[in-house]
Ligand binder design. Structure first.
Ligand SMILES: NC(=O)C1=CN([C@@H]2O[C@H](COP(=O)(O)OP(=O)(O)OC[C@H]3O[C@@H](n4cnc5c(N)ncnc54)[C@H](OP(=O)(O)O)[C@@H]3O)[C@@H](O)[C@H]2O)C=CC1
Ligand SMILES: O=C1O[C@H](COP(=O)(O)O)[C@@H](O)[C@H](O)[C@H]1O
Length: 491
């Protein structure tokens, strides 16, 4: 391992007793450590209100690593890098003590003054924490200081702008890493490579050859124990405004002139600027909302969203959204981009289908009904790979062409490592690479796009529940494509 790429750092996790920290962050830090991507010169300070001690945090870190990987080894040396401080972010008296602890750990672990603050807490605390970090001199050190902020970044465009201004008063843009964990997924990062390293695709990647694009992020899980957060967010804020919009901009952007953070961001931003904003009174022509009803998944009965928690009994929150996005630029004019995401759907998958246009005349099929278009399927999750559907004459089928599938599955290739998204992004942040983090302009443009949908739907009560758990969403989402002569491809 190149020593220059082995960050030395004190990582401070706000929200150290929470779900994200234990399910994602501790296992990711462990993997980085095991792979030598973190040197011995690191310490982690966990903060939350619970009266834990260093020992309790270390036990929990070991448990979460065990649960994630069952590494079957003594984790105590790794866990000894973790320290806990009981800390209420709203209480000013706790910040000074944190500074003392960080300076001590900097000395003990020789971390060269590098500080990474990870805000893994409810978003309403983000602005306040950033302000306090500045006020109490915690961001001043003789190394680098960076701040990772979880999503959702704001609740709508005005609140996101307020939050951004608050954070920018304390940190420079280059120090701010707005995390979107989808950007750390192997196959999301692969979208650029598939597009820009293959002549056969890039030449066809436009409205002359592509008829429509479909992006699906379906989940089997329901709201789990996040009812309060989720009911306030819904599928638009939870998935569309961030993860889906990021995938869409990577799919549609122009080739950057260089693979640098600024050049890639600038191309993604142009896509978001070209996205047609739909007026509130036309939202229902372009978007469909849904909320799950009771149903069956994997032969098990599951309750309706409204029955998941007393607080949800009369909820008007969407657990599903599908939509047709329109891009007003030369490359994409006339190509609908269909997106859908929802909870309690038939399967867990993140999948992109690029449907190519038909030939002007088809010699090999009995009727146009049997024509099968060429499809490029990019599977991000759970399988990671690409499948190209072509037509060929299978043996014994006479002059008829039939679809065949050329498939590449990353999991099937020995030796290819598919690290967890958080692991990659944590490492990127520690080495100062912000390419796979969202710039404020992207966040702002995404909110400006979704705000009219949120406004239109908040004023009108929906006819919920309108899709069965275990299905692929409401019927209206199928009709959205049918009226354009398309249908959702199986994923
Ligand atoms: N969980 C997930 O899979 C994902 C989460 N996220 C985002 O990550 C962030 C954290 O989510 P998650 O871990 O699920 O949330 P949790 O509710 O599980 O954790 C919240 C954490 O904040 C701490 N906390 C709450 N109030 C205070 C306070 N006043 N002072 C100090 N600590 C406090 C809690 O600990 P204590 O009660 O001990 O104080 C706990 O450690 C959110 O922004 C979420 O949107 C994003 C993507 C996925
Ligand atoms: O950010 C979020 O993402 C998860 C889905 O992430 P994935 O990596 O499992 O696809 C989603 O369940 C959650 O509601 C949302 O906040």
């Amino acid at each position: 391992m190149n020593q220059a790429l082995q960050p030395k750092v004190v990582i401070v996790i706000f929200g150290a007793t929470g779900d994200l920290a234990s399910r994602k962050l501790y296992p990711s830090i462990y993997n980085l450590y095991k792979k030598g991507q973190l040197s011995e010169n690191f310490a982690v300070v966990g903060l939350a209100r619970r009266p834990w001690t260093d020992e309790v945090l270390r036990e929990n870190v070991e448990k979460s690593v065990d649960k994630a990987f069952s590494p079957n080894e003594d984790l105590s040396e790794f866990a000894s890098h973790f320290y806990y401080q009981s800390f209420d972010v709203t209480d000013d008296s706790t910040y000074a003590g944190l500074n003392t602890l960080m300076s001590k750990l900097d000395e003990t672990y020789q971390t060269e003054g590098n500080r990474l603050f990870y805000l893994a807490m409810a978003p309403n605390f983000f602005g306040m924490i950033a302000k306090k970090l500045k006020e109490y001199g915690l961001k001043e050190s003789n190394g680098w200081t960076r701040l990772i902020i979880e999503k959702p970044f704001g609740h709508d465009h005005p609140s996101a702008e307020d939050l951004n201004n608050e954070i920018r008063e304390a940190f420079d843009e280059e120090q701010i890493y707005r995390i979107d964990h989808y950007l750390g997924k192997e196959m999301v990062q692969n979208i650029e490579v598939i597009r820009f390293a293959n002549g056969i695709f890039e030449h066809l990647w436009n409205n002359q050859f592509i008829s429509n694009i479909q992006v699906t992020a379906s989940e089997v899980l329901g709201v789990e124990d996040r009812a309060r957060y989720y009911d306030d967010s819904g599928a638009i804020r939870d998935m569309l405004q961030n993860h889906i919009m990021q995938i869409v901009s990577l799919l549609l952007m122009e080739p950057p002139i260089k693979l640098t953070t600024d050049e890639i961001r600038s191309e993604k931003i142009k896509v978001l600027r070209a996205l047609r904003k739909i007026e509130e009174d036309k939202i229902d022509q372009y978007f469909v909302r849904g909320q799950y009803d009771a149903g069956e998944i994997d032969s098990e009965a599951v309750p309706a969203y409204r029955a998941e928690d007393q607080e949800l009994a009369e909820s008007n929150t969407e657990t599903y959204v599908a939509g047709k996005l329109v891009i007003d630029n030369y490359r994409w004019a006339g190509v609908p981009i269909y997106i859908r995401t929802g909870k309690r759907m038939a399967k867990k998958a993140i999948n992109i289908v690029i449907q190519f246009k038909d030939l002007p005349m088809n010699l090999y099929y009995k009727s146009s009904k049997e024509r099968y278009p060429n499809l490029l399927n990019i599977s991000i999750q759970p399988n990671e790979g690409i499948t190209l559907t072509l037509n060929a004459n299978k043996s014994g089928s006479g002059t008829l062409a039939e679809p065949i599938h050329l498939a590449y599955n990353q999991h099937a290739v020995p030796g290819i490592n598919t690290p967890e998204a958080y692991e990659k992004l944590l490492f990127d942040c520690m080495v100062g690479d912000a390419t796979n983090f969202t710039h404020w302009d992207e966040v702002a443009l995404s909110w400006k796009f979704v705000d009219p949908i949120l406004n239109a739907w908040s004023t009108k009560k929906a006819d919920f529940p309108n899709y069965k758990s275990g299905s692929m969403g409401p019927k209206a989402a199928d009709e959205l494509l049918e009226k354009d002569g398309f249908h959702w491809w199986d994923i």
